[in-house]
Structure formats: structure tokens, C-alpha cells
Design a protein around this ligand. Sequence first.
Ligand code: S3P
Length: 749
Amino acid sequence: MLENSQTNQPVVKRLVVIGLGLIGSSLALAARQHGLAIEVVGISRRTSTLDLALERGIIDRAEESLAAIADSLGAGDVVVIGVPTLTVPAILQDCADLLSSDVTITDVASVKGSVVQAAATIYGALPPQFVPGHPIAGSEKSGVTAAKSDLFVNHRVILTPHEHTAQQHINLVEKLWQSVGAAVSSMPIREHDEVLAATSHLPHFLAYSLVDTLANMRENREIFRYAAGGFRDFTRIAASDPVMWRDIALANRDAILSVLDQVMADFNQLRGAIDSGDETYLMDVFTRARDARNHFGKLIESKVLEQPMSEKTINYRVSPGGVAQGDIRVPGDKSMSHRSIMLGSIAEGMTEVTGFLEGEDSLATLQAFRDMGVVIEGPDQGRVVIHGVGLHGLKAPNKPLYLGNSGTSMRLLSGLLAGQTFDVELTGDASLTGRPMARVANPLTEMGAVIETAAGGKPPLRIKGGNKLKAIHYVMPMASAQVKSCVLLAGLYADGETSTVEPAPTRDHSERMLRGFGYDVTTDGSKASLRGGGALTATRIDVPADISSAAFFMVAAAITPGSDIMLRHVGVNPTRIGVINILRQMGTLIELSNEREVGGEPVADIRIRHAELLGIVIPEDQVPLAIDEFPVLFIAAACAKGETVLTGAEELRVKESDRIQSMADGLLTLGIDAQATPDGIRIQGGQIGGGVVHSHDDHRIAMAFSIAALRAQDEIFVQDCNNVATSFPDFVALAHRVGLQITPEVAGH
Ligand code: S3P
């Protein structure tokens, strides 16, 4: 619903639209229909256009020139220049000659650099009253007869104000566009012209050119008769207004030439690949493009590109109480999903993965390998096919690898990339950028790698290529599977035998999966070793459900009287089952059934039922085995009778957030006595109240506090839950299935 269609409050005094093409007349029509201006005036050189506009109720009043009305215009009036790009300077000249400096002036041209330059020349300096704008709406149809009052609904309008543009004029133009349903954003002029050259101008020229080529072929009649789907889809925009596109081509010359050159170079390569029968190149381009298009498709469907969903803050409103019953399968294991892409990429042959976690973290790894030239099909309902390039087949990415929120991606990749021939930079989001990387940079440097970190050993990591790695025997200062895996992956590229010794057992998925790829890894107690220079052979990987995601529902059942939850096909690797051991020790009834081995990993169905929970002193040897599950285990502790004490868990302070502090703060807010200690926490079981808690940008904190609502007296409002998508995209839906009421809300709505 449009803001003003209900109230009919004018937002501008007089709206003067110069040029009644598709955009100008649609804006006039929308403004008139929704009562956005006291009067809508249309100006056109053609009387036939003005007559039509009057006849169709697009404007209130028609004028043949600005001079006829200029004297009566002042503050609160808006003049919209809706003529083709190269005609804009002539109209700006009229504006400069005729309008007072109180009148707001804006335009709708697709190119902003040339328009702004013209304004500066005409006025001597950029006038504060001029707000350059560009509605990203339109169609191949043109002219006043194509006017549509809803043309701008859910479309973007980009404004490119400059430093001299006055705020009151910007506000007025913004309000006008918002009132016809558009989402307004602003952008620097140069960026606007470059982005539009690539996303709008180039496709139009390709379409014009293709249709022209086909039309010039002698047998064109025949061709057009058979030209169905593909031709029609690709060339619809070649029916657009030639004057408009000629103007755009000339006005945005440099930006267009630069993308055109790029496309022509890519075209030539494609031609070469078709000529030489280079299947890999073709698969590479087509799969990459298909996946990119699918991704854009989702964005395009939601039309308002201004602020993709992931950039809007999502909060969870969780109702108190609820049951905890059901039979579910949670998404695939995150650690194994990462490793399946990494090892599949450097294996020889085609690896098929099923059960892959389509969360942002594992997708970041997947994208990184695509950026290094690996063809990866999918993911499609958890199925991914990786066309391995062998240990030495990765290519230099042409930009830094962006790993989002994912510590596992960054730490494992640093090992895998330390022995490549090319330089690479690894970056991530704000949370990842604050996490310690010296723990991987140190052993890799010892192996002969050259790695630069930012101050304090933080990302970004810059890894220099072309260094010969030597094998090391690394005694790890902390229990970390990421550090162990990093060193072992670098060991694949080192001369001799690389080994790691860990202070406590950590997840061993890397070792197991490497063996699954036919690579010899020896484990002897706390020591894992491998020799460099071998090869990985493609395999099939079935990723089981992630026990770290299952843990939320285990605790849900553990704390809710009358509960009974069955979790299917969960990975129960002995290095990951701390959560089962700890919950059992607290009194939860947990049964494992259908235990089997799938691709070298133990898997089981897990049934959990409620029984009264008792506070415990958590054995320190369980800490690495439950490292990711503590946030939700603290919720179990809050619901237990007596005190629960955790020690030896300082690693929790350097996860996606400081999980000891984040949880202690939230628990206190909810009325639970929780005391953070340097290496753990003390929690007195009690009655969870309700209130507003913060996720601290950490997926597991967000989900843990959502589960707490099952035993809360009042609603729990969890702020900033976007990060749940990093590991558990279906969380809200699955939680709903077992009886929780979580309502995601977009902040500010
Ligand atoms: C992981 C190891 C753990 C864990 C992380 C995933 C892995 O990190 O917390 O979520 O896949 O190797 P550390 O190695 O830092 O303990």
C-alpha cells in the first residue's frame, strides 16, 4: 500500500514534469492518483503528447514550455526533468535562466556524470537545489501511452547528491519517490555510472546488437520464425527507445567501453573454448554463471535491492512456554561440509557430496574455491558436485577471498593456501576480523610460509605464494581442530612428514575425510601425521546432521517437561559428543539407536526426553568435545537444580563472540544468577524470566536464548539474529515443528 494513497496528503506543492515519456508520465500519473501534489503540470514540446496526457488524467495542466509557469514556482515545488539524457543540459539551461533558487530540481536520466557536469557548467557551480536522480524502473515500452501509476512500486530510485546539494531539496525528492512506492538510496556518481553501465546499459547494447546481427542475415525471416524462448528472453529490451539508448551510449562512454571490452575478451575466450572443445572451460563458465544468476534471481524477485534481507537486522520474538516434541533431521554438519569442499577441490576427479549444509559459512568456503577456478555444481538440496583440480590445480583468485563469519574457512584455508604458487588474501566480516589468527600464522611460518596479518594477529591474512614448505612436528598450545587441520593441510604441500600433537582430543573430521579421499593419515594417541606430495582421489561424501545444531533440540527436550524429541541421522563422532555426555550427567534421558558408520563417520538417531536436571561440575575433558554447544548447555544449567560450574574453557572467549560474557550477560537479564570467570562460568539454576537479550552477532547465542523461552515466564526478545543463517538456515522452521513459537521480525518494522 502506498503511504499516501490513504491520507491523500500532498508531499509537494506543484509537481512539474518536463518530458512526458514513460518515466515522466508514470510519475505524474502516480502523483495525481495518490494526491501527492496540489497540481501536476506536464510540459512537452508536442501538443499531441500534452493532449493525450490531459485526456488520460495523467496531468492537471499542460504547458509547452517552462517559461509559461516558471515565475509562479517557489519553495516546495518540484521540477522533474524527464527528457532523454542528451537533452537534459538544454532543460537545465532553462532552469538556470528561469527558476528561483528555492525550487527543487531533479532528473531521471540513466547517466549521472554527464548530467552533473552539465549542471556545473551551466550554473557555474553545482546548484544546491539540484538533486540528480535515477529511477531503476521502466520497460521496453515508451511514451505517454505506456504510463503506469504503479511503475515505481518496489523499485529503486538512486539519488546521487553532491556535497553542495541542500538537505531540504534531497528530503523533498526522496519523499516524492517514496510516496509512489519506490525505495530510495544514494550512491556516488561515478559508482552509479559504472554499476549501471554493467547492469543496464551493456545488456541493452548486447540485445540491440544480437537482434541487428540476426536481422541482417539473409535468411532472417526463417531465423525469426524459429526464434522462440531464448531469443525472446534475451532480446525483449531491444524494443526500447533508440533515442534514449543512443544518448546513454554517448553520455556514459567510458564506463560502457570498459565493460564492453571485458565482455569482448570473455567472448573471445568462450569462442576459443568452443573451437577447441574445452569442456572444462565451458562447464566452468556455465555453472558459475548459472549459480550467480540463481543467486541474483532471488534478489531480483524481491525487487527492492536497496537493502538485501541479510543487511536488515532480524530479531526473534520468542513466546514463553511450548512443547518439545517431534521427529526431525537438522541440517548437515558444518565442519564436514567445509572439509568436503576443500578436499573435493584438491582431489583428482569428481566428488559428490550429499547432506551439504547450505549455511552462509560453508557457502563461503564453496565460493572461495569457485573463485580459485574450481567448478562446483550446486548446492541443490544438499547435493554438491565438485570437479576436483588436484593438489596443484587451484588458480589465483582475482580478488581477496571473502569468508564472511567463518573462522573454520579462514583457518583451514590458510593452511591449504600456504603452499600454493600464487598470492592470496583472506578477509571476512567484522566478527571474523576480530578473531585470533596468529595460532595458524605461527606454525605456518615455521613451515616456511610467508603470511602477513593485521595488527594483533588479526585478519586480513595475506599469504605469499611460491614458498616451498617444510614438514614440522607441531605441539599445539591449545586444543583446536582448526589449528590441527590447518597444519595438516599445509603438510600436504610440504616435504616429509608433518605431525601435530594436541593437548586434548579435538574433532578429527579432517583426518577421517583425508583417509576417505585415499590419503594416508596416521593417528597415534594425540599425534596425527601425514607425508606431503601424495594425491587425493575423488569420493562420495554423505554429510550427517550436525550434532552442534541438534544440541539446541536436545536441550529443548532436556528442559521441557513432557518432551520427547527424535533427531535423525546425527553425526556422533566421539570427538563431538560432549553435549550428550554432559546432558546425561545432568540427568537427561538420551538413547542412541540405529548406530552405523557412514563414510568413515559414526551416525545415530538420538531420542531425548525430559527428566529433572541437576547442576554439575563439567569435567574439563569434555570441554573440547562440546566446544560449540556451551551456549545452549548454559540454558540447561539455568534450568537445573543447583549450581553448574565450567572451567578450562577460555577458548569460548574467542569464538564468534566472547561466549562466556555474552551468555552471562543474557542470563543475568533473564533473572538467572550467572557469574563469568576467566575460563568458564558458574550458573545457579533458577526461574528464567523474560526480557531483551543480545546475540552479540553470534548464531549460537541467538539460538540458545530462543530455546530458553521454553522454560521462561515471559517473552524473550533476541536481538540481531541474522547470523543464525551461518550454520542453521532452517532453525526457525524446525523449532516451530517441535513446538517453539519464534517470530522473526525485521528491526524497525
Ligand atoms: C571447528 C573447530 C572448532 C569449532 C568450530 C569448528 C572445525 O574451533 O569451535 O566451530 O571445524 O574444525 P577450534 O578449532 O577453534 O576449537
